[in-house]
Every structure is written in structure tokens, then in C-alpha cells.
Design a protein around this ligand. Structure first.
Ligand SMILES: [Zn+2]
Length: 271
């Protein structure tokens, strides 16, 4: 059912090449808004001490002429996982109400990004204290070229992965304004995941050599743990309203969904 997904996807061709990668943060001032305390349906963070020592599971490319066997999460070899928490200035609370006191009840979406630079440079940026709201950036997680998953922002917290943005899905336009100083964005209900860009993509060209099979495998493994349906997995480019974002470039959605389909628990989520 590869063709049946409602993947919100735009072609890269023809778009102007502009800034990529880390979105300007829609940072939040702490105010009277009611924060979300717990969250369900998003991947948990993993304990560094026990997981960082796992050997790397570099998976060779699979055969392409027959279907890969189904996996359960318990059967799948977990990727290498590292907790690399961002400085708290770079993330905030998810809120239950917007600036006008209206309840925010959006289901979660997953927003895919790319780092443009190396994973290490992105992690260093997130660890840097950013007192100015406009400098604050983060993702919930980042997937390195070797498939390592870095957990950066706790899932119950709001990462500042997108600026002015809206998700256009089956429920219509979804966005939320929780800070009067910033335009509405998807951050309040987004789980932001970024892919480390290959070396030939550390530039503003429209495409590059793409992501490793290990990255697709880890991304599928990560999102298989969520309750986010396929049609709420989207990209920064798709939700961006500034016209300046086109990441993740050269993302192969078929490769990704082929991996995601290997987790049969996902099938019930397809809308
Ligand atoms: Zn992005």
C-alpha cells in the first residue's frame, strides 16, 4: 500500500534554495498558559548509561526484490541510542491552551528535518545557552549517519524546530499560537526529528546524496514507537509558511515507509 499513504510531500525541484535545517525557534515565554505535564504516544528518552554502550548495529542494505519480514519492536535490534540533552533555554513547555485560552487538542505530528551540518555541530548548538528567544533551536531527536539516535529534548517538552508553520492534514489547517511575540507554529504538537546531512549537503543546493539505510532504519524504529499515524508524518518543508525551508532534502519517502511497514503494529494507525 505504498501509494495509499497521504504523505504530505512536496517536490524539491523548482523551489528556491534558501536556508535549511534548524528552524528559527518559536520560543516560549513562561506565562499563565497551562503546560502539559505528561505525554503519551511519543518515543521515550533512553538512559545513556545503559544504552550508549551498545555496539553499533550497522545493517547492510536489504534485498529489494522481495518484502522484508515483519518485525515487532521487541524483535528489532534497537539502534545505538544516546541521550544528549539540550540546554533548557532551547526548549519549553507544550501548552494545553493557546494565548486566547482556547484548548489545544491537536494530535501529535512528526516533522522531519536535516541538520545541514554534522550531527556533532548540531548537538553542540543545542547545548549552547541561548538567552535570546530568537536564537533558541532544538529537535526532539537526531539520527546520525551511522543510525545512532540522539535524544535531545524530552518528548513531553516543546522543541523549537519550526518557525511560522502550519500542518495541512485531514483535519484541515492546524497550528497553534502560544506566544504573542511569535507567529503560530506546529511546535506545540510536533515531534521534531532531524537526519544528519551527508557531507556533500553542507550547502544550500537543492539536493545531496541522501541518507543512509541505517538512518531510515532508525527513523522507522523510532516512529514505530509512536501513535502518530502515517498521514501525520510530515516535513519541515511541508509545514513551513516562511517559504524558506526545504528540508529534509533528498529524503526517500518510499525507503522510509518500506521500513516503517515492517512494524505491523503500525498498520492499525494508518488512516
Ligand atoms: Zn528543519
Amino acid at each position: 500500500m505504498v501509494g495509499a499513504r497521504r504523505w504530505i510531500w512536496m517536490g524539491l525541484g523548482g523551489l528556491l534554495v534558501v536556508l535549511l535545517g534548524l528552524g528559527l525557534g518559536s520560543a516560549e515565554a513562561s506565562g499563565p498558559l497551562q503546560p502539559m505535564v505528561t505525554v503519551t504516544g511519543l518515543p521515550p528518552m533512553h538512559d545513556t548509561a545503559t544504552t550508549a554502550l551498545q555496539p553499533l548495529k550497522a545493517m547492510p542494505p536489504g534485498p529489494t526484490d522481495f518484502a522484508a519480514p515483519a518485525l515487532t519492536l521487541a524483535q528489532a535490534a534497537p539502534p545505538r541510542q544516546v541521550t544528549a540533552l539540550a540546554d533548557p533555554s532551547n526548549y519549553g513547555d507544550r501548552y494545553l491552551t493557546d494565548i486566547n485560552g482556547r484548548p489545544l487538542q491537536n494530535d501529535f505530528i512528526a516533522v522531519l528535518h536535516e541538520t545541514v551540518g554534522s550531527a556533532q555541530s548540531a548537538l553542540n548548538l543545542f547545548r549552547t545557552h541561548h538567552p535570546r528567544d530568537q536564537d533558541q533551536v532544538s529537535y526532539h531527536s537526531l539520527i546520525g549517519r551511522d543510525g545512532t539516535i540522539y535524544y535531545i529534548v524530552p518528548p513531553e517538552k516543546r522543541a523549537f524546530g519550526a518557525g511560522n508553520s502550519v500542518f495541512n492534514g485531514t483535519n484541515g489547517l492546524e497550528t497553534a499560537r502560544t506566544n504573542p511575540a511569535f507567529p503560530p507554529s506546529v511546535n506545540n504538537f510536533a515531534y521534531h526529528v532531524s537526519l544528519e546531512t551527508p557531507g556533500d549537503g553542507f550547502n544550500n543546493r537543492r539536493s545531496h546524496s541522501g541518507y543512509t539505510q541505517a538512518q531510515y532504519n532508525s527513523l522507522a524504529w523510532l516512529l514505530a514507537q509512536t501513535t502518530i499515524p502515517d498521514n501525520r508524518i510530515t516535513t519541515h518543508q511541508s509545514v513551513d509558511r516562511s517559504g524558506s525551508r526545504m528540508d529534509p532534502r533528498s529524503f526517500n519517502s518510499q525507503t522510509f515507509f518500506t521500513q516503517l511497514r515492517r512494524y505491523p503494529t503500525r498498520s492499525g494507525l494508518s488512516g
